[in-house]
Design a protein around this ligand. Structure first.
Ligand code: SAM
Length: 433
């Protein structure tokens, strides 16, 4: 979004460019033909998105210069970690000390952290995760936009409000023109550099139609495109990659095959994982993760989920709470506890401290207003804003009362920028060199 800083290309090695942001060097993949050393570019999520003129870049950079270093100081203060002399139990301090030095924790130690309940102990866990986030990612953060293009779905996921179980829901499918218009507004008016296109599993669009839409967005409004259309088949993934999609958002939901099959009638975890693995092999960046608070889900399951996301090469972890929807078979259950979800974000950061981005999901924000801030202070460094036309948003009812459902995009951007600034975060989400 408009919270973005252009970088200067300092070096090019094959299809990798080295980008300078006020003296910090970062790396991005480049697929544009006309990029040379000395050019200014916008890059996000590891990819060069577009090139801008030197005069435009220099005027934006002069506005950012002071802010950039001030934000770094704020972040450094907020992520300071003091484990010594803490009056909490010794076992916990030893585990957190080991984690803070980036030593791998044993499975037992990770489960110990996942089972913490005491507020003071949890605060220390969250602080350790935030310290590791700062140590490896500095104050970088990324903000994607999501456009929910259709709420039709042929699947019967038992927790999901847009599954075919929900006969009460008014269905919509955006036309090609509506999708292009939403992408144009998001990219050109509001400066989003990365968009997720999402829908239920909707055979109402053919793969060729989706490819056509992606190609046209890429041609007209340069942006990094993630797809999230469910299991579209390996051929489908290939076609959409060729059309220009570079990321896949697909959660495996749970790593426990029995639990998976119980809540996804007629589907298998194996098939879901095959899509994610093949997509990674094709070159897609992977956003994956699961639902926290599913019926019968154990702490061991949750730990396995985080480890599976890492094994699947997640560029970004996406773990959010299960929130019951009244028109689904799981309507009678309780929503997940916010603290449990934030624990997962912190554990994800401890397990994969150097590489992955960690998302604060809209579902987590739905549990409480403070959740985005709490998540960002417990290891997370990514947010997603809703760029779906406002009239359609209530219909993309995967769970009730979704956060940001009725907020226009300007309001979402303003409140996000103000949150990020208060936390000292800056939009330079490329890998540090
Ligand atoms: N069809 C695509 C797919 O299969 O990945 C994307 C759409 S699906 C509705 C997007 C995500 O919504 C799912 O991965 C699931 O984790 C989440 N979701 C669905 N129902 C939910 C609920 N009741 N509570 C929280 N998250 C939910």
């Amino acid at each position: 979004m408009c919270y973005a800083i252009p970088g200067k290309v300092e070096g090019i090695v094959g299809n990798t460019v080295i980008v300078d942001y006020f003296g910090e060097k970062r790396r991005a993949l480049n697929e544009l033909t006309q990029v040379n050393v000395g050019d200014y570019i916008y890059a996000q999520g590891g990819f060069v998105v577009n090139k801008i003129s030197s005069s435009e870049a220099e005027s934006i950079l002069s506005l950012w210069k002071e802010t950039f270093f001030r934000l770094q100081e704020v972040d450094l203060k907020l992520s300071h970690l003091q484990l010594k002399d803490k009056d909490v139990n010794k076992v916990l301090l030893e585990i957190l000390d080991k984690a803070s030095q980036s030593n791998e924790l044993t499975r037992q130690e990770l489960l110990y952290l996942l089972r913490l309940e005491d507020k003071r102990q949890l605060d220390l866990l969250f602080k350790t995760a935030n310290f590791l986030r700062q140590k490896y990612h500095k104050n970088s953060c990324c903000v994607h936009g999501i456009i929910e293009i259709s709420n039709y779905c042929i699947r019967g996921c038992q927790y999901c409000g847009i599954s075919h179980y929900n006969k009460e829901l008014q269905r919509y499918r955006m036309t090609k023109n509506e999708i292009l218009e939403s992408a144009q507004v998001a990219v050109q008016e509001y400066g989003f550099k990365s968009l997720v296109l999402q829908s239920g599993e909707d055979p109402g669009y053919s793969i060729d139609e989706l490819a056509d839409i992606i190609k046209e967005i890429k041609d007209k409004f340069p942006t990094l495109i993630f797809i999230s259309f469910g299991e579209i088949g390996i051929d489908g993934l290939e076609k959409l990659y060729s059309a220009g999609a570079r990321g896949l958002l697909m959660r495996f939901e749970t790593s426990n095959p029995k639990l998976y099959e119980g809540i996804h009638p007629g589907q298998t975890l194996e098939s879901r994982l095959k899509h994610i693995k093949k997509a990674y092999e094709m070159g897609y960046m992977i956003i994956t993760g699961g639902l926290i608070g599913l019926p019968g889900q154990s702490k061991e399951d949750i730990l396995n989920d985080i480890l599976l996301a890492q094994e699947l090469h997640a560029e970004m972890f996406s773990f959010g709470p299960f929130i019951p929807h009244p028109y689904t078979p799981l309507s009678g259950l309780n929503p997940a506890d916010q603290r449990e979800v934030i624990k997962v974000l912190a554990l994800a950061r401890i397990i994969d401290n150097a590489h992955a981005k960690i998302l604060v999901t809209t579902a987590l924000e739905t549990l409480s207003r403070e959740a985005a801030k709490s998540g960002m202070l417990a290891g997370a460094n990514s947010l997603m804003l809703n760029a779906t036309p406002i009239a359609y948003r209530p219909l993309y009812s995967i769970y009730p009362n979704r956060a940001h459902q009725s907020e226009d995009i300007v309001f979402q951007i303003e409140s996000t920028v103000s949150l990020l600034r208060s936390l000292g975060r800056a939009p330079t989400d490329l890998e540090l060199i």
